[in-house]
Design a protein around this ligand. Structure first.
Ligand code: NAP
Length: 317
């Protein structure tokens, strides 16, 4: 199988690329800027989704069997700052890739988010009515609809939740942002009334590989981790994992401090059936996700000199 991954330099896309090559499939990596290093000798190209003609031409040249779209302006703050620019990637780029996949007869896996919901309900099912509160959620919902109407078969829209994991640049995931804020002395404020059901990029990558291999699974699905946790408590668990004092983070209330991205859902959790019952990959606990985390390379020296108890950190490698 030849798999084209868009957003391959990101938190999730890099994990998917690793999993694709580990399983012996051909891996074609695309991102806006391309990858600085020729990681694992895998094909890598700068291919901005804004350039619709070039994207179409490259896909016709390479004719992949599957396309996985992890490319996005994935920060609600960045979407709010430039909604029109983000729309080109999050909505028009996603639709273009679906149309290309349909033309090629390729399987298409498109990533979406729990932020399509308003957070007023408990354990959302994929059949529940979305009601996004901010522009990021609205764009992701619009993309879902366009993708599912562009393809009648061989398509999955996978909604996922807050991602833990290790990103190539070490600046994307919750623990990377926390360690980066500690290193730069930025204030670290987390909400104790904002609940999520986090999963890990590695675990979602494994789900995506199963979805690529199982062409009988089509449509809209939800995936998350096993447990819910507040952003504040997740921050505390991350600090403990890396041997930092819990006082490093300030507890705040989301209700009293609406986020920079505009209104945010306070409570997002997913019902994992029917997908969970159909896959070999199991959702992971928060402890299992924490065990996967490493100190970003560029922070390692700082970490050794500044962690309250660096012996608590057991590197994975
Ligand atoms: N992270 C989360 O907590 C989370 C939660 C729920 C859902 N999701 C969804 O999961 C997917 C993956 O998110 P992520 O966190 O892995 O994203 P990410 O780390 O921010 O990476 C985004 C990727 O998209 C690429 N990209 C951005 N704009 C592009 C453009 N115009 N053309 C081509 N490539 C472009 C980036 O390339 P460059 O590096 O070259 O800019 C990068 O490879 C997204 O659909 C996101 O909405 C994420």
């Amino acid at each position: 199988m030849k798999v084209a991954i868009f957003g391959s330099s990101g938190l999730l896309g890099s994990a998917v690329a690793g999993e694709v090559s580990k399983r012996g499939y051909e891996c074609l990596r695309f991102s806006r800027r391309g990858s600085p290093t020729d990681w694992q000798n895998l094909h890598s190209e700068a291919l901005p989704l804004e350039n619709k003609e070039k994207v179409t031409r490259r896909m016709l040249d390479l004719w992949p069997d599957s396309i996985v779209n992890c490319a996005a302006v994935s920060s609600p703050v960045a979407v709010k700052a430039d909604p029109a620019g983000a729309h080109i990637t999050n909505v028009e780029g996603a639709r273009n890739l679906a149309e290309i996949a349909s033309h090629l007869g390729a399987r298409y896996i498109h990533l979406s988010t729990d932020m399509v919901f308003d957070g007023t309900s408990y354990r959302y099912r994929s059949t529940d009515q979305p009601n996004p509160l901010n522009e990021y959620g609205r764009q992701k919902l619009e993309a879902e609809k366009l993708v599912l109407s562009a393809m009648e078969e061989n398509v999955v829209v996978l909604r996922i939740t807050l991602l833990n994991g290790n990103s190539p640049e070490g600046k994307r995931s919750p623990h990377e942002k926390i360690l980066n804020a500690l290193a730069t002395g930025d204030p670290l404020t987390l909400f104790s009334d904002e609940f999520r059901q986090p999963c890990s990029s590695q675990n979602v990558a494994s789900v995506i590989l199963e979805l690529l291999e199982r062409s009988n699974l089509n449509g809209l699905f939800h995936w998350a981790g096993k447990e819910k946790i507040s952003r504040y408590d997740l921050g505390i668990r991350i600090l403990r994992r890396f041997g930092f004092n819990e006082n490093a983070v300030v507890k705040r209330s989301l209700q009293e401090n609406p986020g920079l991205s505009g209104p945010r859902p306070s409570h997002l959790s997913f019902e994992l059936s029917p997908l969970q019952g159909k896959l070999k990959t199991e959702p992971t606990t928060i402890q299992e996700q924490l065990n996967e985390l490493i100190v970003p390379h560029y922070l390692y020296q700082w970490y050794r000199e500044n962690a309250d108890d660096p012996s608590k950190y057991l590197p994975r490698f």
